[in-house]
Structure formats: structure tokens, C-alpha cells
Design a protein around this ligand. Structure first.
Ligand code: NAD
Length: 297
């Protein structure tokens, strides 16, 4: 069993750290939120007063933070950055969804000090984090991929090696761009059916057995009360925030600009989610995009 520091115990990080505890690892946790820290301490984690205290003497550091600036600052801040506090043989796994260039930059700086780094963003949402069935998409050397797999397999079911440092992030934003398009498109189709007198549950069942079938219909229906235990049936609370999806779409479009790729559907999805956020929905789950198409707001 491994000694692990886990930093960032939000919607995703909290249940991921809990699964490491269930698997028998020693987990020392840190988050800026006292409530989040307490929840993990109640499940058997030890609590640190700072990130640098959390990483003392551990084999693995896992971070699950909101965005690029948080990750860069956690590891590279000139005063408090963990790069000065990590032992040489530490394996750093950043599972946040961030800009691939930031992941490469952090990886390069840590590697120069002999610290292993992989970017390992996830797919599968809060439900996957709780069930321990996440998909991890890892960027880094083969050796570091295999070392990180030892602990990732206690939080996930599918663990892919996408390529070198940063490749995990590129794969992740391609996937999320597609997810945002599917969520908006599914919402649009369901609303068209409702506007024409159909029952959204019946329409969902039809599409699930037809060529419109997709992940949102299978596991994350955006229309309230079609499916149990999804954010749409809980006033769009929990899950994956609209503003985090906007962040991922921004990352995808930045990447497309650099590689001169054509992404018209991604651009449209980014505009739809931005408009939805500006109408006061930024903190709701991203399936609330359904409301943008709905007559009953
Ligand atoms: P969240 O906002 O719920 O959690 C982030 C946590 O990080 C919070 O508890 C916050 O207090 C903590 N934090 C912020 N700065 C910190 C710091 N400097 N030190 C310690 N703790 C700090 O976000 P989330 O939904 O858990 O998402 C985390 C990452 O996972 C994001 O990059 C997101 O894009 C990605 N992601 C989320 C989902 C999802 O369904 N929620 C799915 C896949 C990927």
C-alpha cells in the first residue's frame, strides 16, 4: 500500500481520495475548504494544514484542482510551490483538466528536479469518481505511466496511456468538446419532441434504441425526472459545473487555434454554454443547458 498526498477534495477529488482510503492506502489530504477536509478525515484520512505539509514523506502526490492557474501555482509558485518540497522519487499525478501547455511546463520543471510527473485527467463524472470507475487518460513516459497505474487503478476502471506529458490533456479536451456537443444536441432534440407533444421519457427510450443513442441519454439525461440520481432530477445540483465545461471548451478552442484545426461545432457549443452561464447558470451542472431550449425556464 502506498503513502499518498491528495490535494483538492471537491466534487471529484473527495470521492477519489475516499476510494484510495477504501483500498487501504495511507492518504494525507489538503484543501482550502475546511468542510471538504473534515469529510475525508471522517473517512480515515490524515489532515494537513498546507499542501507542503501534506506531501512530506509521501510516494505519490495527486492533485484535483479547478484550472491551470491553480495547478501551476501549487507546484511552481516561487514561494510556496511544491517543487521545492517534493522528494526526488515522488510521483506527481495531476488529474485536473488543464491546458496541455501548462501540464508540459509543470512536468518539465518537476522532471528537471528528478520528480516524476504525469497528467492524468479523468472522464466519468462525479458518479464515476464515487463508484471508482473513472477513465484516466495519462500523459507521460511509459515508466511513469506504469508507476501511476498502481494507484490510479484504485480510483478507475480504464487507464489509458495517451502519449508524452500533455497528451492526456489533449485527449481529455477532445472528449469534452464532443460531450458538450452531445449534451446540447440531445437537449435540443428532446425539447423539439416536448414542443410537439411527446413525453421526454418515451422520446429518450426511442433514441436510446435508435441512431441518436449517446452517453448523455444512457447515463446523464438532461431533462428533469426522466432518469433518477442525475443532476437534472436534482435541480441541476452537483455534477460538472457549466463554468468548468466552458473552461474545457476554451482549452479545446485554444488548442484548435494553435494546430489550425477546424472546430465549428465546438465553437457553437462554447457560445451556447457561455450564454447559459451569463444567464446565471454557471454553477449548475452542465446538463442544465437543457433549460436554454426550454419554454419553462
Ligand atoms: P471543485 O470545484 O468541486 O473542486 C476543486 C477543489 O479544489 C475545491 O474543493 C477547492 O477548495 C480546491 N482547491 C482550489 N484551490 C486549491 C489549492 N490551492 N489548494 C488546495 N485545494 C484547492 O471541482 P471538481 O468538479 O472536483 O473538478 C476538479 C477538476 O476535475 C477540474 O479541473 C474539472 O475540470 C475536472 N473534472 C471534473 C468533472 C466533474 O464531473 N466535476 C469531471 C471530469 C473532470
Amino acid at each position: 500500500m502506498a503513502n499518498i498526498a491528495f490535494i483538492g477534495l471537491g466534487n471529484m477529488g473527495g470521492p477519489m481520495a475516499a476510494n484510495l482510503l477504501k483500498a487501504g492506502h495511507q492518504v494525507c489530504v489538503f484543501d482550502l475548504s475546511a468542510d471538504a477536509l473534515q469529510q475525508l478525515t471522517d473517512q480515515g484520512a490524515s489532515q494537513a494544514a498546507s499542501a507542503k505539509e501534506a506531501v512530506r514523506g509521501v510516494q505519490y502526490v495527486i492533485s484535483m484542482l479547478p484550472a491551470s492557474k491553480h495547478v501551476e501555482s501549487l507546484y511552481l509558485d516561487p514561494n510556496e510551490g511544491l517543487q521545492e518540497y517534493l522528494a526526488k522519487d515522488t510521483i506527481v499525478i495531476d488529474s485536473s483538466t488543464i491546458d496541455a501547455n501548462t501540464a508540459k511546463h509543470v512536468g518539465k520543471q518537476l522532471s528537471a528536479k528528478g520528480i516524476a510527473f504525469v497528467d492524468a485527467p479523468v472522464s466519468g463524472g462525479v458518479a464515476g469518481a464515487k463508484a471508482g470507475t473513472l477513465t484516466f487518460i495519462v500523459g507521460g513516459s511509459e515508466e511513469h505511466f506504469l508507476q501511476s497505474k498502481i494507484v490510479l487503478q484504485d480510483m478507475g476502471k480504464n487507464i489509458f496511456h495517451a502519449g508524452d506529458q500533455g497528451a492526456g490533456q489533449v485527449a481529455k479536451i477532445c472528449n469534452n468538446m464532443l460531450l458538450s456537443i452531445l449534451m446540447a444536441g440531445t437537449s435540443e432534440a428532446l425539447q423539439l419532441a416536448i414542443d410537439n407533444g411527446l413525453d421526454p421519457k418515451v422520446m429518450s427510450d426511442i433514441m436510446l434504441q435508435s441512431s441518436g443513442r449517446n452517453w448523455t441519454l444512457e447515463l446523464y439525461n438532461p431533462c428533469p425526472n426522466v432518469m433518477e440520481n442525475v443532476p437534472s432530477s436534482n435541480e441541476y445540483q452537483g455534477g460538472f459545473m457549466v463554468d468548468l465545461m466552458r473552461k474545457d471548451l476554451g482549452l479545446a478552442l485554444d488548442t484548435a487555434l494553435k494546430s489550425q484545426s477546424v472546430t465549428p461545432m465546438g465553437s457553437l457549443a462554447q457560445n451556447l454554454f457561455s450564454m447559459h452561464s451569463m444567464q446565471g447558470n454557471g454553477k449548475k451542472d452542465f446538463s442544465s443547458i437543457f433549460k436554454l431550449f426550454s419554454r419553462n425556464k
